[in-house]
Design a protein around this ligand. Structure first.
Ligand code: NAD
Length: 337
């Protein structure tokens, strides 16, 4: 039986990288039927809202989606569709693995997973300007919200992930030294959850800024990392940099009723329309999706073909030092399958 999956190509390089991923996933023999939907700037250009009802309905129906990046206007304009999707489906866990595929990088054999809280923190969007005198934007205020419920379920998710994937340690990164209430609550809850896993999964907590430095100095000391929303957003890009850049980093947004898989990177306006983006992150997101729907054997075949193509280094995209286009790279991976 084929599983129907919502496919949102996205903006900028999105259509190129998702099309490459679809070709590879289909060629690998996955039992998947694609239900194509639009969102973001692409939807606006079709005179629809940035998050059309039909797209939401499709995700609600299929409960699984693969999406390309969606452009969010900076400073003004509509709010992030990515954040809206995470809120709509309560996709509270953002799982971002960073694993070495490219040899000869700064480090070899990196295998880290960052679990980011995806619905709370500063990204709840509770913010406003404060007017003073004749300046309506004299100050601005954003509210960071951390709930016991939200903190508990994300830390528990991290520990369960560790247990199910044979991981040894969970590091909780925080800023409880300064933000004693919000970050203090997150840490407090984390320590309590950790006690339940004592003897099975090692636990440590670290201050976020020092964690960033230690990740760069010696990433091998970490295993699974868990943190609130914005810290996770920033550190997952840092971790992508440790394994060859944003073109290599996939992510999964997991909730109880739906899951959306996507590359960590954005719509890359600087290279959009040139057909040169690296589709690896989206293909790896597709592999996480296949694992999720019980087609892990197909995912393993795709990962092997990807790894072989990248390690050989003959047909790779520009960000990996090659000259191949997105399509040529996808063809090479299909040939390696
Ligand atoms: P970006 O990730 O789009 O690009 C950062 C840099 O990485 C650029 O130089 C780009 O060329 C490069 N890059 C990214 N993906 C690549 C790939 N697959 N292959 C080769 N190079 C790649 O970040 P940005 O420029 O800050 O953001 C652009 C837009 O994307 C913004 O509107 C932002 O809001 C949005 N965005 C969306 C998502 C999402 O949909 N989940 C995530 C991040 C950013």
């Amino acid at each position: 039986m084929k599983q129907t999956v919502t496919l949102i190509p996205g903006d900028g390089i999105g259509p190129d990288v998702t099309e490459a991923a679809v070709r590879i996933i289909d060629a690998a023999g996955a039992a998947v039927e694609w239900d194509r939907q639009i969102a973001g700037i692409t939807a606006l250009e079709a005179a629809l809202p940035p998050l059309p009802d039909e797209t939401l309905e499709s995700i609600r129906r299929n409960r699984v989606a693969l999406k390309g990046p969606l452009t969010t206007p900076v400073g003004t304009g509509f709010r992030s569709i990515n954040v809206a999707l995470r809120k709509e489906f309560d996709l509270y866990a953002n799982v971002r693995p960073a694993r070495t595929l490219v040899p000869g990088g700064r480090y070899e054999d990196i295998d880290l997973v960052l679990i980011r809280e995806n619905t709370e923190g500063l990204y709840v969007g509770v913010e406003h300007f404060i007017g003073m005198g004749d300046d309506p934007k004299a100050a601005a205020e954003s509210v960071m919200i951390v709930t016991r419920y939200g903190a508990e379920r994300i830390v528990r998710y991290a520990f369960e992930y560790a247990v199910q994937n044979g991981r040894k340690k969970v590091t909780l990164a925080h800023k409880a030294n300064i933000l004693k209430f919000t970050q203090g609550l997150f840490l407090d809850v984390g320590r309590k959850v950790a006690e339940e896993y004592a003897g099975r999964v090692e636990f440590e907590d670290r201050i976020i800024d020092a964690t960033a430095m230690h990740l760069v100095l010696n990433p091998h000391q970490f295993d699974v990392l868990v943190m609130e929303n914005m810290f996770g957003d920033i550190l997952s890009d840092l971790m992508a940099g440790l394994v060859g850049g944003l073109g290599m980093a996939p992510g999964a947004n997991i909730g109880r009723h739906a899951a959306i898989f996507e590359p960590v990177h954005g719509s890359a306006p600087d290279i959009a329309g040139q057909g040169i983006a690296n589709p690896t992150a989206t293909v790896l997101a597709g592999c996480m999706m296949l694992d999720h729907i019980g087609q892990g054997d197909v995912a393993t075949r795709i990962r092997r073909a990807l790894e072989k193509t990248i390690r050989e280094g003959r047909v790779v995209t520009r960000d990996l030092g090659g000259t191949a286009t997105t399509d040529e790279f996808a063809d090479a991976v299909i040939a390696a399958l």
